[in-house]
Design a binder for this molecule. Structure first.
Ligand SMILES: Cc1cc2nc3c(=O)[nH]c(=O)nc-3n(C[C@H](O)[C@H](O)[C@H](O)COP(=O)(O)OP(=O)(O)OC[C@H]3O[C@@H](n4cnc5c(N)ncnc54)[C@H](O)[C@@H]3O)c2cc1C
Length: 219
């Protein structure tokens, strides 16, 4: 591990040099495995935040109360530590820049879309990727400032943002972003995913174009 940053007391941003790394598509994830001296292992999936051209692999992990792997990475992991990583994994939740898409993502569910947004920005395709990012507060939402820079619409549920009063995204806020999209991505907790899928249906996005990734309990 080359860099560790703790942007808030619940988030840790980690950057790794990966030996024999295979190129990834935005939206894919890695499996991170912790191994104790007695051989006990624990492994969890983490989405890739970095652009495919980034020489390092970036992950953003939300520290959950009593979370085995997220807690270790937040509280204990240090620069110079060596980890077992397997990936990139997943071909379903990927965006290669070929079709206009909308992403409705919540909390740490923004992470795979950060990779998509960085990729789109580098290739001049940002207008093809419309992003609705939902968080409780600005500080709670990973990459809020960077997503705003790429033109994402931020909906905060427990804090006003400018003139916008705290609330989940309304259909009339999402409708203009959903125009002419051929693909939709939803990522977040199980509850968030069902909310976002319903919202996309309300603004006319066809169910068969929606790809969902849920960050359930232990995966
Ligand atoms: C494809 C994929 C990509 C993922 N990408 C990311 C990512 O980029 N960043 C990230 O932070 N996480 C991501 N996750 C979730 C991650 O894999 C772990 O589930 C999460 O870090 C919890 O693991 P843990 O060992 O810390 O908690 P555990 O020890 O497994 O669980 C601790 C406690 O938290 C509860 N819990 C577990 N997960 C959640 C949750 N998501 N929400 C609420 N409560 C929960 C458990 O029920 C338990 O009570 C992803 C999951 C998948 C399947």
């Amino acid at each position: 591990m080359i860099e560790v940053e703790r942007p808030t007391d619940r988030l840790v941003r980690l950057r790794f040099h990966v030996e024999d790394r295979v190129d990834h598509w935005p939206g894919q994830h890695y499996v991170l495995r912790l191994r104790a001296p007695d051989g006990y292992t624990a492994q969890r999936s983490y989405s890739i935040a970095s652009d495919p051209h980034d020489p390092l692999l970036e992950l953003m992990i939300e520290c959950l109360p009593d979370g085995e792997v997220s807690g270790f990475m937040h509280d204990v992991a240090e620069v110079g530590d060596v980890f077992e990583l397997r990936g990139p994994i997943g071909g379903w939740f990927t965006w290669t820049g070929e079709q206009p898409a909308i992403c409705v993502v919540g909390g740490s569910g923004v992470v795979p879309v950060v990779s998509m947004a960085r990729y789109a920005h580098r290739l001049g395709l940002s207008s093809m990727l419309r992003i609705v990012a939902v968080g409780r507060t600005y500080d709670d939402l990973p990459y809020a400032a960077e997503l705003e820079k790429y033109g994402a619409f931020l909906a905060l549920t427990r804090e006003n943002l400018g003139d916008r009063v705290a609330h989940p995204p309304y259909p009339d806020e999402v409708l203009p972003l959903a125009e002419d999209v051929e693909r939709a991505y939803v990522c977040g907790s199980v509850g968030f995913a069902s909310f976002a899928t319903r919202l996309l249906g309300e603004v006319g996005v066809r169910a068969d174009t929606i790809r969902v990734e849920q960050f359930g309990a232990t995966s």
